[in-house]
Ligand binder design. Structure first.
Ligand code: FAD
Ligand code: EPU
Length: 342
């Protein structure tokens, strides 16, 4: 049975903590609830907004369309052999809880993604990534209810067309069409560690780790994250506000000639990724604050709400940063956070 709530204060349902209200929130606890919600929406001819942990959204106004709050739980083994295990997780499971579950069972593959806020169902939306690993490397498939028909579809890894912070679910015609209910992962039972991200090696050394383990890598990642990212329970934020810009090699050659010290990373044949945090920092915005909207003082890629900022104030600040970075570096920043305008 789906549960309805009306005139809901959204501040506790998203991590930016900016003020917004929802006319209707529908809480879902099972695949059947998802089908029931789809029927309900269809009968009224209305669209909806799916919300997981609310850690990658910025509300600019009150929300009139019904919000589907995904709370579908459950973690189970689908199949296993000597070297790997396929695990299914309900889309409403907390992501870090799922990572801890995997660590507890010695399943290797998601430890670098420890402590990313939010729920399992949003992971494939933007192919979450951190410390040298992206979700696509452990992704097997997902189930999603098509809200306009109530039909359940299964998407394979190739169907999802994952890219850097991208999937088909972020772009038309799939955007807003599906409610992801369950995600299947393929994890390794044999150690296959990824310590390619320099900071992990340094942190492991500082921790005095001699023998690598899933737990040690997760602990190193958790330590690094706590040292530079603001805890949303203390300061409102949604992680990186912008994507790291990917530019072609010609543009990079011109950029690099002027800014030889700028961090950069290979991004596939003919492309280079720049560090948006460095650009924003060098443009002088780090630690900037106007009212309660600001730029975090340890990580310039994170915009923050110190308490009473409105979503529009954070948004205007992001526009000013985009304009300034483009004027100073000739590089366009694209928002990574999902801006909710309606
Ligand atoms: P929400 O914010 O609730 O939703 C995000 C988007 O997904 C929305 O468009 C929503 O409609 C859609 N959505 C959510 N659930 C479903 C579903 N079940 N079906 C269909 N659509 C759905 N991200 C990274 O990739 N790497 C990081 O290192 C990282 N670090 C972060 C650090 C901090 C401090 C914070 C606050 C955020 C960070 N993020 C990071 C961003 C965020 O945690 C991820 O994007 C996360 O996957 C969002 O999950 P969520 O459940 O909170 O999604
Ligand atoms: N930098 C600065 N100043 C800053 C911030 C960063 O000079 O204020 C420089 C750093 O010194 C470093 C480079 O920029 O040389 C990159 O910084 P960092 O390693 O902190 O990572 P990031 O590129 O800023 C990305 C992801 C994070 C993810 C980390 C670790 C994006 C948009 N962001 O940040 O993801 O946790 O790498 O893998 O890709 C998120 O998506 O919300 C998120 C936090």
């Amino acid at each position: 049975m789906i549960e309805f709530r009306h005139d809901v204060d959204l501040r506790s349902l998203h991590t930016f903590g900016t003020p917004a209200r929802a006319r209707t929130v529908i809480e879902l606890h099972s695949q059947d609830d998802a089908a029931e919600a789809a029927d309900w929406l269809r009968a009224r001819g209305t669209s909806s907004l799916v919300l997981g942990g609310g850690s990658n959204v910025l509300f600019r106004k009150n929300v009139d369309t019904p919000i589907l709050l995904n709370r579908i739980k459950g973690i189970e083994v689908v199949s296993e052999d000597a070297s790997s295990v396929e695990v299914a997780a309900g889309a409403g499971e907390n992501w870090h809880g799922f990572v801890e579950h995997c660590i507890g069972h010695d399943w290797c593959g998601v430890e670098n993604l420890a402590l990313i806020p939010g729920n399992v169902g949003a992971g494939p939306m933007q192919n979450i990534g951190a410390y040298g690993v992206e979700l696509k490397s452990v992704f097997e498939s997902l189930d999603a209810v098509e809200l306009a028909t109530g039909e359940v579809h299964r998407f394979s890894r190739s169907d999802c067309r994952f890219g850097y912070r991208e999937s088909i679910f972020k772009k038309p015609p799939h955007k807003g069409r599906y409610l992801i209910t369950r995600v299947n992962f393929r994890l390794k039972k044999v150690p296959d560690f990824n310590t390619s991200y320099g900071a992990i090696e340094d942190q492991l050394e500082m921790m005095g780790v001699r023998e690598l383990s899933i737990r040690a890598i997760a602990d190193a990642v958790i330590h690094i994250r706590r040292s530079k990212l603001p805890d949303p329970r203390e300061i409102g934020n949604a992680g990186s506000f912008f994507k790291n810009p990917v530019i072609d090699e010609d543009a990079f050659r011109r950029f690099h000639a002027e800014h030889p010290l700028a961090p950069h990373y290979p991004a596939g044949e003919g492309y280079v990724k720049l560090a948006a945090g460095w650009l924003i920092d060098q443009a002088g915005w780090k630690g900037f604050r106007e009212g309660d909207a600001g730029v975090h003082n340890r990580q310039a890629l994170v915009l923050v709400n110190y308490g009473k900022a409105h979503g529009n104030e954070v948004y205007s600040l992001s526009e000013r940063i985009q304009q300034d970075v483009e004027a100073k570096f000739g590089v366009q920043l694209e928002r990574e956070v999902n801006v909710i305008e309606a």
